[in-house]
Design a binder for this molecule. Structure first.
Ligand SMILES: Cc1cc2nc3c(=O)[nH]c(=O)nc-3n(C[C@H](O)[C@H](O)[C@H](O)COP(=O)(O)O)c2cc1C
Length: 212
């Protein structure tokens, strides 16, 4: 259970989301609620529903101590937030294909013939995909889950900051993960804002869109 006002107001969630640099250090999101937030975030779509995102929730003193030197320019967020979620994309994502598709059949979401057909079609494709192509796909999916996580956090009454400024080449190994398997995507600080976010300008739709 959250101590904070949850909201289902879409405008409040979307327009109220701003990157937050300082958090109330006394606010801790308990692991039960954090797991709920992650479960809701992982409703995000992914290529062939492979769900290649992986998370490390850094919510302990020791965990944060490891992170501070790897995120020097974002130290305040690391230290004051309730947690920092390190988002990775798993190069071995296809290892879970059997589980995902079998469960879908078991739960009645997908006929067995569709599972068999799709897995048989995907297997050779995945086996021959270059690392670069796999990486591009999984990082895209992990970006989607990251966005959803930030919006879900708002719905739970918390604030976030996506962080790209950290030692991406060191993060996996710092937490005992194989760096060739786990591709760093971003860090997301999460907690209760202690100061307001800045107003930020958005390019007009005409600038970023063409109509055909
Ligand atoms: C991939 C990514 C990396 C980012 N890295 C940082 C960062 O290292 N430090 C930081 O303070 N903000 C970082 N930001 C936050 C952006 O500066 C911010 O999202 C942008 O200015 C728009 O502001 P808003 O999030 O308040 O709408 C990052 C955002 C994204 C999407």
């Amino acid at each position: 259970m959250s101590n904070y006002q949850k909201t289902n107001d879409f405008n409040e969630i979307v327009y109220g989301r701003k990157s937050i640099k300082n958090y109330d250090p006394s606010v801790k999101i308990n692991r039960e609620e954090m797991a709920e937030i992650l479960a809701e975030a992982t409703r995000a779509p992914s290529s062939i529903n492979i769900q290649p995102w992986r998370f490390i929730v850094i919510d302990s003193e020791e965990g944060k101590e490891t992170l501070v030197p790897l995120a020097k320019f974002n130290k305040d967020k690391v230290v004051s937030s309730s947690a920092v979620i390190a988002v990775f994309a798993d190069m071995n994502n296809f290892d879970y294909a059997e589980e995902i598709y079998s469960k879908s059949v078991e739960l009645g979401y997908m006929p067995k013939e569709v599972k068999d057909y799709q897995l048989n079609a995907f297997k050779p494709i995945f086996a021959t995909m270059s690392k670069e192509v796999i990486r591009e796909s999984i990082v895209l999916d992990a970006g989607l889950v990251s966005m959803q996580l930030m919006l879900v956090a708002r719905a739970h009454g918390y604030d976030t900051n996506p962080i790209g400024g950290y030692e991406k080449d060191q993060i996996a190994e710092a937490y005992g993960l194989d760096k060739d398997r786990y591709v760093p995507v971003m860090l997301i600080s999460i907690g209760k804002a202690a100061s307001e976010g800045f107003q930020t300008y958005r390019l007009p739709v005409e600038t970023v869109t063409t109509w055909k």
